[in-house]
Design a protein. Structure first.
Length: 488
């Protein structure tokens, strides 16, 4: 896992630099080829060092996978409800894989050997590459990143900068890390419970783990109730509590029935936590750096799972198995209680400003954008009030903003010549942003005016996010540039 952890920041950067669909195709295809190579080396009784090297490369190849998956979902979702539904579906299949994957591996190992199981894994990965290659969408938030490339050291820190800019998202990520810390501890507790307290033997480890996977599947069904809901902070807090509280019950009553029920409930909490948490992050974080935000989260997850696995034996030594399990489980409800006020305010920040969204939707440039992109653009926009007689932009100035007229009237002039009038619903300022040139016209408010202001990076990220909107923007720019001087 160590090479995978080291590769994850670079993998998440790739997710934000190149079309995410192509990144996933490449990841699945390369992972399949490497797994096939591992199977071939084992079948040929090749050197162990080569096997370990190939296994490490499988982890490196998979580094961009989860960031790309989670940052691709908003691109394909045609409504906020579909985004929640996509996360529910993903969680359902993840629970199914957690439940059936180990069982299928066991069957393949029973009828064949490790090379057979690995060859089957390679086939599944290659099939995944073919499925993703068949997806079709014009939306691609990474076009803006390819236009304005940051230096790699700066780009690698993009996810951290976004978490600093958005404390709400940072809080959600921190809650996930608390959960995965306990998950790392639970990995150790399950083995110890199965082998000692419950006396289930080695097979019991797999059985208890499967019960958690069954809980995730049940939780995905419960999470379908979140589809259509805008306020997701309380389901997130409930999921965090349900993840930990059942472990307290295991510590108090360490019987097989209690352990099975508790792990199923924890699995349900896991599904509720993932669906609500991922959706909130996808709604709030900027599409340009969404892959890197999830990359930071998963680097932390790898670290906290490892730290939890190290802490668990120390906790058992100090508190005994029952005390350690109960104390670890109580940690998450305590975290939920501490973060309650902070997280309940997240819903206010993730809500959609209806006035801004309505005006954004009325702009022809933005019509092709996915709903989540429109919502983020509306949240990023700010209002500006301009008194009559004031200049909004001046000819020759650098242009860093795009404007939509909400109220009032304005006049566009260039070189002293009047070009056109602007009223409610009109927009200006796009040429300077798309062509990276100075303003070539002046816009003056003829009456008191109210404008919706979109800053350069937010505008470019949205406009370049789909081929249709980028093409439409270029057509408008061309019409305004030719044959007369126009506003920039």
């Amino acid at each position: 896992m160590l090479p995978a952890a080291l590769a994850l920041p670079f993998g998440s950067l790739v997710t934000d630099r190149f079309p995410r669909q192509r990144v996933l195709v490449f990841v699945y295809a390369l992972q399949g080829l490497l797994l096939g190579a591992v199977a071939a080396v084992i079948a040929a009784d090749g050197p162990a060092a080569v096997t370990y090297l190939l296994v490490a490369l499988v982890g490196v190849a998979a580094a961009p996978c989860r960031p790309a998956q989670l940052s691709l979902a908003p691109v394909f979702s045609r409504s906020p409800q579909e985004l929640v539904a996509a996360n529910v579906t993903q969680t359902t299949f993840e629970g199914l894989a957690t439940l059936l994957g180990p069982a299928l591996a066991g069957v393949l190992l029973a009828v064949g050997d490790a090379s057979v199981a690995l060859a089957a894994s390679a086939a599944v990965s290659l099939a995944g590459a073919l499925l993703v290659a068949g997806l079709r969408t014009d939306a691609d938030p990474t076009r803006a990143a390819r236009r304005d490339r940051e230096p790699i050291p700066v780009a690698l820190a993009g996810g951290v900068r976004e978490l600093v800019r958005l404390p709400d998202v940072a809080t959600i990520v921190g809650a996930f890390w608390a959960q995965t810390l306990v998950r790392g501890m639970l990995n150790v507790y399950v083995v110890t419970l199965a082998l000692t307290t419950l006396g289930l033997g080695q097979a019991g480890v797999g059985f208890l783990s499967a019960m958690f996977g069954a809980g995730v599947m049940l939780g995905a069904l419960v999470a379908t109730t979140l589809v259509g809901r805008r306020r997701l902070s309380r389901p997130f807090l409930l999921g965090l509590t349900l993840w930990g509280a059942p472990l307290v019950a295991i510590g108090v009553w360490p019987t097989l029935g209690v352990a099975v029920a508790a792990l199923v409930v924890s699995g349900i909490g896991n599904a509720e936590l993932d669906v609500s948490g991922f959706t909130l992050m996808q709604r709030l974080a900027d599409d340009r750096v969404l892959g890197r935000v999830f990359g930071v989260m998963y680097v932390g997850i790898l670290a906290t799972v490892g730290i939890g696995s190290i802490l668990a034996p120390l906790a058992i030594r100090g508190l005994g198995l029952r005390g350690a399990v109960a104390a670890s489980g109580a940690l998450l409800p305590a975290v939920a209680l501490v973060l309650y006020r902070r997280l309940t305010r997240v819903d206010e920040h993730s809500s959609v400003p209806e006035a801004e969204l309505g005006l954004i939707r009325s702009v022809s440039l933005f019509e092709p954008l996915p709903p989540t992109s429109l919502e983020k653009l509306a949240r990023a926009a700010v209002w500006a009030h301009v008194p009559a007689g004031d200049d909004v932009v001046r000819e020759g100035e650098r242009g860093d903003t795009f404007y939509v007229v909400a109220e009032g009237s304005l006049v566009v002039t260039s070189g002293g010549s009047r070009l056109r009038d602007l009223t409610a619903g009109d927009f200006f300022g796009e040429i300077a942003l798309l062509r990276d040139v100075a303003r070539t016209a002046t816009v003056e408010a003829r009456s008191d005016a109210t404008l919706l202001v979109v800053h350069r990076l937010d505008f470019l990220s949205a406009i370049l996010g789909t081929l249709e909107s980028a093409t439409s923007a270029e057509e408008i720019v061309s019409r305004r540039i030719d044959p007369v001087p126009v506003l920039r």
